[in-house]
Design a protein around this ligand. Structure first.
Ligand code: PEP
Ligand code: MN
Length: 340
């Protein structure tokens, strides 16, 4: 439910509501607006009517309304303004500027990751991606450089100033990845790893939550809710294609998810045209389409020598490909009232 405070409600009255919500066994999520403060009370719905009445009668409470959507904190009932997520290094996600993440699928070595970081920064990227823990379909494929890979990402950040986005796969690695990453990625295969999501919810670090390959939008937002409900409000959604009967592309990029999400949630949405299509030449057109659809950013795989990449070379752009794509992304961004 949402406790809507009166305009200009006293801080101690707001605190009293927060205290009461906690005492009643719900978790309070206050949102301090310019005019009004609301306190979302999230928890067991069975006693809802009684609890709503208690809260409605507290001083400086204007009214109390139930939250209809199952994703209570991810939805727009509680928070109407779009969320802007702040990343270390002073980058904002979800504001007017697009957030462009680029880099290799996997971290493979210092020269590879540092040269890529330099090239993508020069072309206008705002963050470096690179997997140190890789979720591979085959246990015999390269599994990532793990801690060594994280250290190389930190080196690349030091060299370029780009914040680093990298995947955490296992709850046991959360502390380690948190120590190196500026944004922690949850991959498509972990979208419903609820123990991992709950642990990430206890942090303040921004989380890039990729859509599962067979996750519908409601399920995806419920996964975001796992993180938000633990107290971490810094969630960025990433559409990366879903599995359909189509075999000409690796996945089917569901771009209609972007405007749907803008209706359903205040959280920013970025699009990954690399995993969505699986082929290098399909990445730029779908990147442009993503920007046109209203995405808040892009995540693109780039490699110095895609043909020699240890993973996802076929869908990785060269430095030149990425630079020319970025020139055109700027034009689409302008048409969508955004900039880079
Ligand atoms: C990735 O971004 O490196 C990745 C593995 O993507 P996904 O989880 O979307 O398959
Ligand atoms: Mn990849």
């Amino acid at each position: 439910m949402i406790v809507v405070m009166k305009t200009g409600a006293d801080k101690d009255k707001i605190d009293a509501v927060i205290g009461k919500v906690t005492q009643l066994g719900y978790s309070p999520h206050p949102i301090y607006g310019e005019k009004r403060t609301v306190v979302a009370a999230v928890g067991d719905e069975r006693e809802r009517e009684k609890v709503m009445e208690v809260l409605a009668n507290m001083p400086d409470v204007d009214h109390v309304v139930p939250i209809m959507k199952p994703y209570k904190l991810a939805g727009k009932e509680v928070k109407k303004d779009r969320s802007v997520i702040l990343i270390d290094g002073g980058v904002e996600v979800g504001a007017e500027k697009l957030f462009i993440i680029a880099g290799p699928c996997s971290v493979e070595g210092e020269e590879q990751v540092v040269s890529t970081a330099r090239a993508v920064k020069k072309a206008g990227a705002h963050a470096l991606r690179g997997g140190a823990f890789k979720p591979r379909t085959s246990p015999y494929s390269f599994q990532g450089m793990e801690k060594e890979g994280l250290k190389l990402l930190a080196t690349a950040r030091q060299e370029t100033g780009l914040p680093v986005v990298t995947e955490v796969m296992n709850p046991k690695d959360v502390d380690l990845v948190e120590a190196f990453a500026d944004v922690m990625q949850v991959g498509a295969r972990n979208i419903q790893n609820f123990s991992l999501l709950k642990l990430l919810g206890e942090l303040k670090k921004p989380i890039l939550l990729k859509r599962g390959m067979s996750t519908n939008i409601k399920e995806w937002l419920m996964s975001a809710e796992y993180i938000l409900s633990q107290g971490n409000a810094n969630v960025i959604l990433c559409e990366r294609g879903i599995r359909t009967f189509e075999t000409k592309t690796r996945n089917t990029l569901d771009l209609s998810a972007v405007p749907v999400l803008r209706e359903e949630t205040h959280l920013p949405v970025v699009v990954d045209p690399s995993h969505a299509t699986g082929y290098r030449h399909l990445v730029p057109p779908m990147a442009y389409a993503a920007v046109a659809s209203g995405a808040d950013g892009l995540m693109v795989e780039v490699h110095p020598k895609p043909d020699e990449a240890m993973s996802d070379g076929i869908q990785s752009l060269t430095f030149d490909d990425f630079a020319s794509m970025m020139e055109k992304v700027k034009l689409f961004a302008k048409a969508a009232d955004r900039s880079i």
